[in-house]
Design a protein around this ligand. Sequence first.
Ligand SMILES: NC(=O)C1=CN([C@@H]2O[C@H](COP(=O)(O)OP(=O)(O)OC[C@H]3O[C@@H](n4cnc5c(N)ncnc54)[C@H](O)[C@@H]3O)[C@@H](O)[C@H]2O)C=CC1
Ligand SMILES: O=C(O)CCC(=O)C(=O)O
Length: 355
Amino acid sequence: MKIFEIMETKDYENVILCHDKTSGLNAIIAIHDTTLGPALGGCRMWTYDSEEDAINDALRLARGMTYKNAAAGLNLGGGKTVVIGNPRTDKSEALFRSLGRYIESLKGRYITAEDVGTNLKDMEYIRYETKYVAGLAETSGDPSPFTAYGVYRGMQAAAEEIFGTLDLRGKVVAIQGVGNVGYNLAKHLYEAGAKLIVTDIFEDNVKRAVEEFKAEYVKPDEIYGVECDIFAPCALGAIINDETIPQLKCKIVAGSANNQLKEERHGDILQEKGILYVPDYIINAGGVINVADELNPSGYNRDRAMRKVSMIFDTVKKVIQKSKEENIPTYAAADRVAEERIKTIAAVKDNYIVK
Ligand SMILES: NC(=O)C1=CN([C@@H]2O[C@H](COP(=O)(O)OP(=O)(O)OC[C@H]3O[C@@H](n4cnc5c(N)ncnc54)[C@H](O)[C@@H]3O)[C@@H](O)[C@H]2O)C=CC1
Ligand SMILES: O=C(O)CCC(=O)C(=O)O
């Protein structure tokens, strides 16, 4: 793996390898870009097939956070931590405190939070060693309801574009994955009068959605082909691909899952087919917007965080507008929105201030 070549090509600032013999910690902190502010991004714990896979994941996710934070209008750069290990069996207080000490040593260049495989308890252990951790139980808490609300608002913006109304009453929405985000999204949609079709690999999650929201159930591999207005991927990445696109009968793809397009070209194909794709990192920024509110000098405020999440409606509109004006697919328009903000703010910061 040519790490410096990758760092040069995609403009990474730091990649920090963290090891602690006592706790067994093997982790990577990747900081992609801090033009807008300290890098903020969650801490993922996963069993990787190789160290190279783990480093690649940290790099890819850190860069994704730069774009997500920039497009969301946050004064934050992008970073991510990857802890190599099984989240069910390899966790300990010592492991997360050891990681916390590494994060502390960066003196605020990187702020961590929850991600796949980590939870509020793990964040508390990190907090024993550093203040550079957000999303604690006593402050902003579980980000999923905020992410779900952001997805709902983004869907409304997309609906206004395609159906001429943001009213989702009577619209059919197919949700893939009714876990933390999917469940909360289903609740908003049900209350708005939408008809739901759901799938999940966990029976309990399906049962909850069917009973509470009168949702129709289909098997996991059937969800792509159902007749619907909106397909909402809220489970896995890479689900928009050569096998699934021909099955889609929706007019909009809008969901919380990260990295929905298997490859960028799949975003081009959606556009050719006349399906509006709402870029994942634009519509799923509710969680990070909420977590970032903790960094406000006056402290965390839930109502303010919710108001900011609601603005995802406007960001989605802006991306759609750019896509139309510049005749590019929405995923490329989203990248331009993020890159232009970083470039503009970098230029503003160019002048010298006496400290
Ligand atoms: N929780 C949050 O605030 C954020 C979540 N995301 C992304 O949104 C997605 C969902 O996140 P959460 O709801 O937190 O995760 P979760 O783990 O609570 O829910 C995911 C659900 O998908 C189901 N699932 C897994 N494989 C499936 C398959 N093949 N077919 C159907 N269902 C399947 C799982 O059983 C689970 O119920 C993930 O991709 C995550 O990275 C992105 C930004 C923030
Ligand atoms: O929402 C969080 O807890 C951190 C943000 C993040 O890592 C993400 O949005 O993927």
